[in-house]
Design a protein around this ligand. Structure first.
Ligand code: IPM
Ligand code: MG
Length: 354
């Protein structure tokens, strides 16, 4: 199992270090794991003048899976667009064809009080958001900032999905729904945007191949509202890149903290990039207070989806549940009556629970 480890920026190196310790532990117990690190994002720019250095992309291509921390930071915000850390992340997703982004939002019972929503609204929550990751307005051409013929500056992007792009993410989502509660909600803005009207039409067509799955459709504005009103109505949500970006951040807060949410980004052959849903949190970087659980849970997803190692995946997930039950909390999920631990302290607790 060759894993490329790309810590990135901000809290990235701190949280990835804890997930690496977990993987080292599995290696010590007999798994054939090989890990190699490389810079991405701002770290890539600092080392090679490129947010996705060639050597990093090569390592990621040769690996079976990629473990990534987070990218970005204020010091890079004034760089030319192609040099910014976020472009490195978007490029590696595109170069590796990682179109299927799985973002589970699960509420651990111990964290019901950490959610800003009432416990009865979120208890038992278990949603899977399937976000298309290599298309949409994030990649559509043309794009840019220009001066129009009236001499005024304007910014523009293109929302675009081909039928094959919609079909392949649709199949991923239907297959996941089949393994869960067989309810799939496709989120669009078909009342305004042709691109997503087409999305809805294609999803409806694919549904014929999955008679056991109940497909529904929802406008994205309504979905944003329903997620905080009655989130347990959802089982699997499938949506495009930008809506999925926004709704997955929203869903993460239902679970108490975005610091808890892992993700998997998969290609057609289940090669994957695994990263927490949260960003690089520059404001708390280097303080040893960030929550490493989303990254540790991302390593569990890696074992499940790329390496087909369900037992080891569950070993990690069970350890995380155990440390939460034991009362260990990083600052983002801390409540009175629990024990506050650092990033490394949380890593220690997970290792002990394993
Ligand atoms: C995410 C992030 C990225 C995205 C950024 C950092 C480019 O918000 O993974 O959700 O928009 O996809
Ligand atoms: Mg996002």
């Amino acid at each position: 199992m060759k894993i490329a480890v790309l810590p990135g920026d901000g809290i990235g190196p701190e949280i990835v270090a804890q997930a690496v310790r977990v993987l080292e532990r599995l290696k010590a117990d007999g798994l054939d794991i090989e890990m190699e690190q490389a810079p991405i994002g701002g770290a890539g720019y600092d080392a090679y003048g490129d947010p996705l250095p060639d050597s990093t992309l090569k390592l990621a291509r040769e690996a079976d899976a990629v473990l990534l921390g987070a990218v970005g930071g204020p010091k890079y915000d004034t760089l030319d667009r192609p040099l910014r850390p976020e472009r490195g992340l978007l490029r590696i997703r595109k170069e590796l064809n990682l179109f299927g982004n799985l973002r589970p939002a699960i509420l651990y019972p111990e964290l019901a009080g950490a959610s800003t929503l009432k416990p009865e609204v979120v208890s038992g929550l278990d949603i899977m958001i399937v976000r298309e990751l290599t298309g949409d307005i994030y990649f559509g051409q043309p794009r840019g900032i220009r001066t129009n013929d009236k001499g005024e500056r304007e910014g523009f992007n293109t929302m675009l999905y081909s039928e094959s792009e919609i079909r392949r993410i649709g199949h991923v989502a239907f297959r996941i729904a089949q393994k869960r509660n067989k309810k799939l909600c496709s989120v669009d803005k078909a009342n305004v945007l042709e691109c997503t009207e087409f999305w809805k039409e294609v999803m409806t067509d694919i549904a014929k191949e999955y008679p056991d799955v109940e497909l529904s459709h929802m406008y994205v504005d309504n979905a944003a509202m329903q997620l905080v009103r009655a989130p347990k109505q959802f089982d699997v949500i499938v949506t495009g890149n930008i809506f999925g970006d926004i709704l997955s951040d929203e869903a993460s807060m239902l679970t108490g903290s975005i610091g808890m949410l892992p993700s998997a980004s998969l290609d057609e052959n289940n090669k994957g990039l695994y990263e927490p849903c949260h960003g690089s949190a520059p404001d708390i970087a280097g303080k040893n207070i960030a929550n490493p659980l989303a990254t540790i849970l991302s390593a569990a997803m890696m074992l499940r989806y790329t390496f087909n190692r369900e037992t080891e995946a569950q070993r990690i997930e069970t350890a995380v549940k155990k440390v939460l039950a034991q009362g260990y909390r990083t600052a983002d999920i801390f409540e009175a009556g629990t024990e506050k631990v650092s990033t490394v302290g949380m890593g220690d607790a997970v290792l002990a629970a394993m």
